[in-house]
Design a protein around this ligand. Structure first.
Ligand code: HMG
Ligand code: MG
Length: 293
């Protein structure tokens, strides 16, 4: 139902961030069915998978099959993570709608997650951004560890601003700020956005919250006050990053969407369908775990 209330955009990242950390094998057909159920809930964007090395993230080694197998709904953008030119090649062949490059604000996570320094990773993704844009694909630029790095500790907002500036210079269409290990609180979100707002309007960023300490909704509400209107979340709070020890899943989509509605905003997603998809996926994960034990 569309109303004249102000809108908040929710990108569902469960099929990618939610599943990348699962150690049991999830059948490709299950992933496809999962994305199709999420599509039916009306998301403006679903992050379907990652075209990363299967040696690094074995769970998403079927990225091409999943991207090709889903049923696309008009009005939903089907995006994927892309770490390098090889990944872009595969993503374009599989007809990705939007490309998400990713880089850390910190050296420790950059090395562990992408086998390169921050500068090396920026140099690696620069041709990905230019080629994606030349082929007409919008680009999201993720910056991880916006508050704290699991290897380097607390992060100065100036570090985040510096990496965002490099991504904007490259021409990314959207900056996505990742609290990778879910340690933000409302005050650290305010401090970060005070710094970020010098180079980009908060309304042009997306906030990607993990919910390790139950603070994600408080952070999202503070971000709303600051002017942020785009968030990532994962149905049923699935997920975590295999290279960020201690990271919990993303903020649950159902909880985030309800909080947005209570705050007077519309998300235009069907929360009942989202809940059903989350329940179904949790059952599939339980079945996969039982089959592997
Ligand atoms: P590398 O080992 O330095 O790469 O990894 P390489 O170029 O030396 O290649 C090694 C092997 O991987 C080669 O195979 C390549 O062909 C293959 P071999 O010759 O040994 O058989 N390879 C690929 N295969 C498929 N697709 C590709 C690809 N690239 C190389 N695209 C690399 C560098 C970046 C590839 C690796 O470190 C990697 O894939 N890392 C991804 C890690 C990852 O996905 N982490 C989780 C996502 S990030 C995240 O969760 C944070 C986020 O949610 C935001 C937040 O919460 O903050 C986004
Ligand atoms: Mg994440």
């Amino acid at each position: 139902m569309t109303t004249d209330r102000p809108k908040v955009r929710i990108t569902e990242v469960g099929p990618r961030d939610g599943l990348q950390n699962e150690s049991v094998r999830i059948p490709t057909a299950t992933k496809i069915q999962f994305v199709d159920q999420l599509s039916a809930a009306g998301f403006p964007e679903i992050e379907v998978t990652s075209f990363v090395s299967a040696k690094w993230v074995p769970q998403l080694g079927d990225a091409s099959e999943v991207m090709r197998g889903i049923t696309r709904r008009t009005g939903t953008i089907y995006s994927a993570l892309v770490p390098n030119e090889r990944g872009l090649e595969d993503a374009l062949e599989a007809c990705v709608d939007k490309v998400s490059v990713f880089v850390s604000a910190t050296e420790g996570f950059s090395t562990r997650n992408t086998n390169g320094s921050v500068d090396e990773v920026l140099a690696r993704i620069a041709p990905v951004v230019s080629r994606a844009k030349a082929t007409g694909k919008p680009v999201r630029g993720y910056v991880s560890c916006i508050i704290r790095c699991p290897y380097d500790g607390p992060v100065d907002p100036a570090q985040v601003v510096a990496v965002c500036a490099r991504l904007l210079e490259m021409g990314v269409d959207e900056i996505d700020l990742g609290d990778t290990i879910g340690v933000a609180d409302a005050d650290s979100i305010s401090r970060l956005y005070q710094a970020i707002a010098r180079i980009i309007e908060p309304s042009k960023t997306t906030l990607h919250l993990h919910d390790t300490h139950g603070q994600a909704i408080t952070c999202a509400l503070r971000a709303l006050e600051i002017g942020v209107r785009s968030f990532d979340s994962s149905v049923a709070g699935l997920g975590g990053c295999p290279y960020a020890p201690g990271s919990a899943g993303n903020v649950a989509t159902e909880t985030l969407a309800r909080a947005m509605v209570s705050a007077g905003f519309d998300t235009n997603i069907d929360i009942q369908r989202v809940s059903d998809a989350g329940l179904w996926m949790r059952q599939q994960l339980a079945l996969s775990r039982a089959a592997s034990s």
